[in-house]
Design a protein around this ligand. Structure first.
Ligand code: BES
Ligand code: MN
Ligand code: ZN
Length: 461
């Protein structure tokens, strides 16, 4: 189903060309290395080592000797993902860092992430570009991160006609199998028999049956880490239909599921010492004569009755039952990823997902890793007093508030379904890059996954 990732990190070959990362501080020394001819050309073309500038360096036979990448005034403070820009501009071939940037590991990751192309519906130009793994960088680690990210991006980029609940289940099964695990699913009316009323309610209006898909991996005695991902394969809003401009990108509403799978791939490939469990509610929020309605009341898996104030607040409903299931076995760490609210975008924009947790120690570690991996996160509060915004007059809770603090209220709604987990983290991700940046091609994105993988590697590696 999903395309294979583009391998970008290899071993050195004789034809490998150098990349010099230059800032204003080392520019003079690099000029001396380059030789008079090249320097004359660079000066004539007006190259300056400003951040993001690049130029191909000629050799004496009219060929390409290498490439310069500018890092600006103080290379240490440049965007650590800047090397990703090279992957989009370099000619085909093998390249290596002759002068490495400050964080060479992140530069290699950025390079690999930038080589990603979504080629399912249109043959790519097929540029073969490879970076020789710097000697102090673990190439396998870079590859596993790039593979996980490519898997998530492929899933998000695939339109809903080719990625409904059935196909998402197939992708989960494929990933599980690849790592020696076996996925199980509960489909359609069986969701009611097995007590997942909210997953069923959201998905009941679609021709493509809703389902809950899960797998476990790793030693039963290891600490339990459970990932839950919002798998809404398309979000029309339901009867509370979205306007067309808001609906246009809603193929990405399974971005949380994609992120959970990307992280799962990295965890399993690296064989972290955890008992991993992945739970994905996969549904389509459709409009039909049998769709759930505003005003309907459903009893959730954990017994709380939920009044549907808005059918477009469907993600929190499917997550509620999935989180209840996850919570039942008291995991050490429970993480959910979800493209949950437009309000999170209003607050922090498309690049910075809000993170919600009551575990201060978890947050301080995550904050450190997010910044070290250039995978930014920002903590927002689970502000108890706003819980009242969810009050319903005839049920235990409504699924929406009055409109204020939408991302917080959504997180508070989820918190009603997590009671036993030792630690819980909720990530309200965008799942999409609106415009290309180094290491971040336009389209599907698995926000927060690299930060979390770094945290888990440190804890359980
Ligand atoms: N999938 C959307 C949230 C979303 C919208 C994420 C745009 C990223 C970009 C979610 O299901 C939704 O529709 N949320 C509503 C909640 C509202 C009805 C309380 C929203 O944010 O408008
Ligand atoms: Mn919605
Ligand atoms: Zn949604």
């Amino acid at each position: 189903m999903p395309q294979s990732p583009r391998s970008a990190v290899v071993v050195a070959a004789a034809s490998t060309k150098p990349i010099w990362c230059v800032d204003y501080e080392n520019w003079k020394a690099v000029r001396e290395e380059l030789g008079a001819n090249a320097v004359a050309y660079l000066d004539a073309s007006g190259f300056k080592p400003d951040a993001g500038n690049y130029v191909l360096v000629p050799d004496n036979k009219g060929g390409v000797a290498g490439c310069l990448l500018g890092l600006g005034k103080n290379g240490n403070s440049a965007d650590p993902m800047l090397a990703g820009k090279l992957a989009t501009v370099l000619p085909e071939g093998d390249w290596k860092f002759a002068r490495a940037p400050h964080d060479v590991r992140l530069a290699a990751i950025a390079f690999a992430l930038s080589t990603y192309r979504f080629a399912r519906y249109r043959a790519g130009k097929g540029k073969q570009l490879r970076l020789v793994a710097p000697s102090n960088v673990d190439a396998k680690e870079v590859t596993r991160i790039a593979e996980g990210m490519a898997l998530a991006r492929d899933l998000v980029n695939t339109p809903s006609n080719d990625l409904g609940p059935v196909e998402l289940e197939a992708a989960i099964r494929t990933l599980a199998k690849k790592h020696g695990a076996k996925a199980a699913s509960i489909v359609g009316k069986d969701l009611l028999k097995k007590n997942f009323p909210l997953v069923y309610a959201v998905g009941q209006g679609s021709e493509r049956a809703p389902r809950l898909v899960e797998f476990s991996w790793g030693k039963a005695t290891h600490p339990k880490v459970t990932l839950v991902g919002k798998g809404v394969c398309f979000d029309t809003g339901g009867l509370d239909i979205k306007p067309s401009s808001s609906m246009l990108l809603m193929k990405k509403d399974m971005g949380g599921a994609a992120a959970a799978l990307a992280l799962a791939h990295m965890i399993m490939d690296a064989k972290l010492k955890v008992r991993l469990r992945v739970i994905i509610p996969a549904v389509e929020n459709s409009i039909s004569g049998i769709a759930f309605r505003p005003g309907d009341i459903y009893k959730s898996r954990n017994g709380i009755t939920v009044e549907i104030g808005n059918t477009d607040a469907e993600g929190r409903l499917v997550l509620a039952d999935a989180l209840s299931l996850a919570d039942e076995e008291k995991p050490e760490l429970l993480v959910d990823f979800a493209t949950l609210t437009g309000a999170a975008r209003v607050a922090l924009g498309p690049e910075i997902p809000p993170a919600f947790t009551n575990d201060d120690a978890l947050w301080s570690s995550l904050e450190k890793h997010a910044s070290a991996q250039a995978d930014p996160l920002w903590r927002m509060p689970l502000w108890k007093p706003y819980m009242a915004m969810l009050d319903s007059r005839i049920a235990d809770t409504n699924n929406v508030g009055s409109g204020h603090a939408g991302a917080i209220v959504a997180a508070l709604f989820l918190s009603k379904f997590v009671e036993r987990a030792k630690s819980w983290l909720h990530l309200d991700i965008f799942g999409w890059n609106p415009k290309e940046r180094p290491g971040r091609p336009e389209g599907g994105e698995a926000h927060s996954v690299r930060a979390l993988y770094a945290l888990l590697s440190e804890r359980y590696g």
